[in-house]
Design a protein around this ligand. Structure first.
Ligand code: URA
Length: 229
């Protein structure tokens, strides 16, 4: 076996190991391995541990910390952003920089609940270098973890922040400016797309749209998540 083949084999074996596989009879294609992420654990802590050892995409090479997500594991409301930035990469926590401060204000002042009462995650769990948009390949590698997280937390409302979160979670490529504020079915939950807090920092005049979108969320929450909006 030549050196390249050996390195490829080693990488595949590390990937299996990161998925919790302890033994394999034969080495399958990595794409098949991704599909088998369906068998991820039904336990958030175990899932977190798997992501901490994930090397499925190139972001794993440059990350300092995996940003798994945080909040109430029984939250009715879940926020999904794009991906960790520098502060999040440093701390391992989502939305802790300037955009995070604004998100916290939105949660506390408009939804009238504490940040700890929602769950916050991202489309990708490792920082894309220079805060670039994650590539389709990176999103594809990471999506099963997020879907499993949603599955386990079972939020009633998912608020996607910005185009990357909405477009990738739903596969709908409608521009965020057209779709924001809509209430859309997503399995047993509803998705409400809105602008990303980083966009609001650059465009403060758009805050009124997010305020309107969050008022809708508050209305649904105050009705016990039972309304048929
Ligand atoms: N932007 C995001 O999309 N996610 C974070 O966690 C921080 C900034």
């Amino acid at each position: 076996m030549n050196k390249i083949k050996r390195l490829h084999l080693l990488k595949t074996l590390y990937t299996y190991q990161s998925l919790g596989i302890e033994y394999t009879d034969d080495i399958q294609d990595l794409n098949q391995t991704r599909a088998s992420l369906k068998s991820l654990p039904n336990d958030l802590q175990a899932l977190k541990n798997i992501t901490y050892n994930c090397h499925l995409c190139q972001l794993s090479k440059t990350r300092k910390n995996v940003v798994f997500g945080e909040g109430d594991i029984d939250a009715d409301i879940m926020f999904i952003g794009e991906g960790p930035g520098a502060n999040e990469d440093e701390t391992g926590k989502p939305f802790v920089g300037k955009a995070g401060e604004l998100l916290t204000k939105i949660i506390e002042n408009v939804l009238n609940i504490k940040r700890e009462q929602v769950y916050i995650a991202n489309i990708v769990k490792c920082r894309p270098p220079n805060n670039r948009v994650p590539t389709p390949e990176e999103v594809k590698s990471c999506t099963p973890y997020l879907m499993k997280q949603i599955d386990l937390i079972r939020p009633k409302i998912i608020i996607t922040l910005g185009a990357t979160a909405y477009n990738n979670l739903t596969n709908d490529k409608t521009p965020i400016s057209k779709i924001r504020g809509e209430i859309l079915p997503f399995g047993n939950a509803k998705i409400i797309p809105t602008f990303h807090p980083s966009f609001l920092l650059r465009n403060p005049s758009a805050k009124k749209y997010v305020f309107a979108d969050m008022k809708k969320v508050k209305g649904i929450k105050d009705e016990g998540f039972s309304s048929n909006h």
